[in-house]
Design a binder for this molecule. Sequence first.
Ligand SMILES: Cc1ncc(COP(=O)(O)O)c(C=O)c1O
Length: 452
Amino acid sequence: MNKPQIHARSTAWEPSPNNLEPFWMGFTPNRAFKQRPRMISRAKDMHYYDMSGRAVLDGTAGLWCSNAGHCREPIVEAIQKSAAELDFAPTFQFGHPKVFELASRLSTMAPGDLNYAFFCNSGSEAADSALKIALAYQRTIGQGGRTRLIGRERGYHGVNFGGISVGGMVANRKMFGAMIAGVDHLPHTYNRKEQAYSRGEPEWGAHLADELERLVILHDASTIAAVIVEPMAGSTGVLPPPKGYLKRLREICDKHGILLIFDEVITAFGRLGHAFAAERFGVVPDMITFAKGVTSGAVPMGGVLCRQHIYDAFMNGPEHVIELFHGYTYTGHPIAAAAGVATMDVYRDEKLFDRARKLENMWADAAFTLKGQPMIEDIRTIGLVAGMDLKPIEGKPGLRAYRAMETAFHDHGLMIRISGDTIALSPPLIVSENQIDEMFSAKLPKVLASIA
Ligand SMILES: Cc1ncc(COP(=O)(O)O)c(C=O)c1O
C-alpha cells in the first residue's frame, strides 16, 4: 500500500480509488477476506444483496440481531423522523421522551419485577454495565466484600475487560493480559457423548449447576457478587441449557445471596420464541443484558434490565446526588430509542415471538435432515437457532467451517455464521417455511458436499 507523505495528508481529500486495506476488520481474517471479499451493499427483509445485486439469504439475522428482518419500513421511518427531529440529547441530568417510552415498553415485556432499564450501546457495554451494577449493589446493601464475579467456560459476554474476564472463549482472552481480578468460572454445559443431536434442552447436565456450590465452598459466598451466564450460549457454537440447569443456578444463587445475571444479548427479542429466554426457562434473574434485537440491529443499542430490589437499593441518600456513577454519552440515544420503540411495535404487531415459537418444530425437523451427512458431527436446535458441528480438518481447526462460509456466500447465496468448526444459523424471525426449506434442503447440502 502506498501511503501519502505526512505533509500531504491535509490535502488528501480528493476521492481515492477504493482500497480495502485501511479498514482493520475485527473477528475476521483480514488477509483472506481482502483477497476474496464478501461485500454487502443492500438488504431487504430476508435478504442481503452483494455489489452485483445478487440476493443472499440471511441465515444469521446479520449477527444475531436483525430479528424483524432488514430495512423494515416502520423502523426506517422512525429513524428518519428522529434524525430530523432530535439528533442528540444527553441523558445525564436531562431526558427525552423516546428513551422513557422504550424503558417502559421493555419493563412491561420483561418477566417478574425486572422493571428498570439502563441503556448503553452494545452487548459488550451491557455485560460490563451489569457486572458494575452487581458490584455496586452489593456494596450499597452492605456486602462490599462480595467482589468476585463468576462466569462460565465457553461463555461470551462481549469484548470489554469485564466481559472477557467472565467470558470463557480462550481466543478472546489469551492475548489480553491478566484481565480483572477475582473471577472464577463454572464448567461449560456441553458433553457430546451425553447430549449429541439434542432438540431443545438436553436431558443431561442439570447437575453442572451444582459446581456453583463448589465455588462457594472454595471462595465463600461472602466474596461472590454475581454469576453471569448466557441462558443459551450462542457465540461459542449454540449450547442450549440442560433441562433444569438454570433453575438450579437460580436456587443456589438465592441460597447464597449471589446475583444472577442472564446475558440475553442473543436470546432476547424472540430468538427462543419469547421476549426473553428467562420466560421460556421459567427463571427470573436479577438482571438481563440485551442489545442486538432491541433495534433489530438497525442502530447500535444495548442495555440492562434490573429487578426492583436492585434499583431500590440505590435510591437512598440526598435526592440531588447521583445514585449510579456509570453511563455513556450515547446512553438512550434518541435515534436508537426511536428505533427501539418502532422495533417493539413490529414485534408486537406481527407477533414475531409467537411466530418463532410456532416455527420451532419445523425448523428443528429441517435442521435434523442434515444428520447423517458425512461432514456433520452434531446438531443442536432450540428456538430459531441451529448449531452444526463439522468434522475439523486435521491440524487446521476452523478451516472446514471457513470454507463452508465462503462457498455458502459466493456459490449458494446463503449467509451463515461460524465459530471454530461450528455453523450457527439464526435467521430473522420473519423467515418463511419455504426459506427454511431452501436453507436446509437446497443450499446447505450443496455447501456440505463442496467442503467434504
Ligand atoms: C451473549 C452476548 N453478550 C455480549 C455480546 C457482545 O455484543 P456486542 O458485539 O454488541 O458488543 C454478544 C455478541 O454476540 C453476545 O452474544
